[in-house]
Every structure is written in C-alpha cells, then in structure tokens.
Ligand binder design. Structure first.
Ligand SMILES: Nc1ncnc2c1ncn2[C@@H]1O[C@H](COP(=O)(O)OP(=O)(O)OP(=O)(O)O)[C@@H](O)[C@H]1O
Ligand SMILES: [Mg+2]
Length: 247
C-alpha cells in the first residue's frame, strides 16, 4: 500500500567524486511503497546519486542531508544501510569466482536478518521464489555473474530482490541489455515483489519499455547533477518521444 509517509528524504544534496562536484542541490522525497523512476542523459549523475545513497566511500557528501525513516543515513556504513533494507543493483555488476548464487544469496540474507537459515532451508525458499518468478532451477547453482550473459545478470538481481526483500530498492539500469522476454521476466518480477512486500523502488532507466510492467507513481529527470523536472508516467513517455534536448 502506498502511503504519504516519506521513506527517503533528500535535501540540498551535493556529492563530489575525487574532488569534483557531480550531484548538485538534489531535493527528493520518496514515500513508503512508492515506485519512482529516475531518468536523464548519460553522465547526468544518476549512478552517482545511487552510490551516495548506498554510502560508497568514493562518493563524498559535501553538503545536504539524506534522511531514511527519519534517521540521518549519512552516518551509516554501507553494511548498516544494507541491514536497514537498502539495496542497490549495480549498473555493472562484478563477478565472484567460485561462489554460487545460492550461497551468495544465503550469506546476504543471513547477514540482514536475525533468524539464520541453513543451506537446506534456504534452498526451499529459493526454489519457491524461483518458481514464482519463472526461473530455471539450475540458475541457482551457477556462480555469481561468472560467465553470465548481461540479461542473466539482471535476472540474478531479481532473485536477490526476491529473497532479500529490501525496503528500498535502487535499480540502476536493470533493463539495459535485456531481450524482450528477459525484460518481461524482470518487469514482472519487480511488480510481483513490489506488491508482495510494499517495497519502495527507484528505477533508473533510459527507456519506457520496463515501465509497462510496473505501476509508476513519479518520474524524475536529472540533468547536470540536478533534478530539473518531475511528473507522472506521462513525462517518461514525453521524453521517449521528444528526447531531453527539446524539453
Ligand atoms: N569515479 C569517478 N571518477 C571521476 N568521475 C566520475 C566518477 N564517477 C562518475 N564520474 C563522472 O560523473 C558524471 C556522472 O556520472 P554518472 O555515472 O553518475 O552518470 P549517469 O547519469 O549514471 O550516466 P549513465 O546514464 O551513462 O549511466 C560523469 O561525468 C562521470 O564521468
Ligand atoms: Mg549510470
């Protein structure tokens, strides 16, 4: 259920990378259970904003505040942020040799939740989730992103969402490089998980395709480190038609 209670409240945020200010004066409030879309040209600062939200040490907050559930997030380490239910899917996920998805996910789930699951219990949960999301069971035995195609990596992220059940998921170009069928699986997975858990979602995307599967509440447009426009889903359609330059 959507509420008007802010989950994330960003005020006058400035973020610098290696001494260069990239994000400038961002003000953004995202309510509990809301699905927000963040668009904007290449290099406008979308990923930088996501990394700052996750607490990446390279991304320095030079000014402003980030409040999450009414608490100052900037004082928390990335691990603490993850434990508080914030999840960031990377635009370019890295590979981990010799770690299966099942083991990776179990470690992540056990780190987040008080109640620990043994491998057998976790297998059962994973199997159920994979069935719900129409995944091939063999998928879980494969190594984390090693030898995965681009689309498979993105699908693996949906499994992470399904088992971790974050409060806030930031999905950085989860739809890029996916074929129409994978896009459908991913779009429906986001929708299913969002509805089941009332997850708050920030979808970073360049295209409208993914938006046909998810009910979007707000669309924000970033340019040169600032949020310059906001609106409902029609804004995303308008950008698709006319581009950024004509707005
Ligand atoms: N680690 C870094 N070192 C130096 N410059 C960086 C770093 N990270 C980002 N930048 C610069 O910050 C700007 C914003 O980059 P960012 O990745 O946030 O853009 P984006 O909106 O996510 O773009 P895209 O749509 O292409 O993913 C770019 O000019 C980029 O070169
Ligand atoms: Mg990016």
């Amino acid at each position: 259920m959507k509420t008007t209670k802010p989950l994330l409240d960003i005020k006058n945020l400035h973020v610098a990378v290696e001494g260069k200010e990239i994000v400038k004066n961002v003000n953004l409030t995202i309510n509990e259970g809301e699905v927000a879309v963040l668009m904007g040209p290449n290099g406008s600062g979308k990923s930088t904003l996501s990394f700052a939200l996750m607490g990446h040490p390279k991304y320095q907050i030079t000014k402003g505040t980030i409040s999450y559930k009414g608490e100052d997030l900037t004082k928390c380490s990335p691990t603490e942020r993850a434990k508080k239910g914030i999840f960031l899917s990377f635009q370019h996920p890295s590979e981990i040799s010799g770690v299966t998805i099942a083991n990776f996910l179990r470690t992540a789930v056990n780190a987040r939740h008080q109640e620990k699951m043994n491998p057998l219990e976790f297998r059962k949960v994973l199997k159920e989730k994979m069935k719900e999301l129409h995944f091939d069971e063999q998928f879980a035995n494969r190594y984390v992103n090693e030898g995965f195609s681009g689309g498979e990596k993105k699908k693996a992220e949906m499994l992470q969402l399904a088992v971790l059940q974050p409060t806030l998921a930031i999905l950085d170009e989860t739809d890029s490089g996916t074929d129409v069928d994978a896009l459908k699986v991913i779009g429906n997975a986001i929708k299913t998980i969002q509805q089941q858990t009332n997850m708050t979602v920030i979808i970073i995307t360049h295209y409208n395709r993914i938006l046909q599967y998810v009910d979007v509440d707000k669309v924000y447009v970033m340019e040169q480190g600032q949020i310059i426009r906001s609106g409902d889903v029609t804004l995303a359609h308008e950008i698709e038609r006319t581009g950024y330059k004509n707005n």
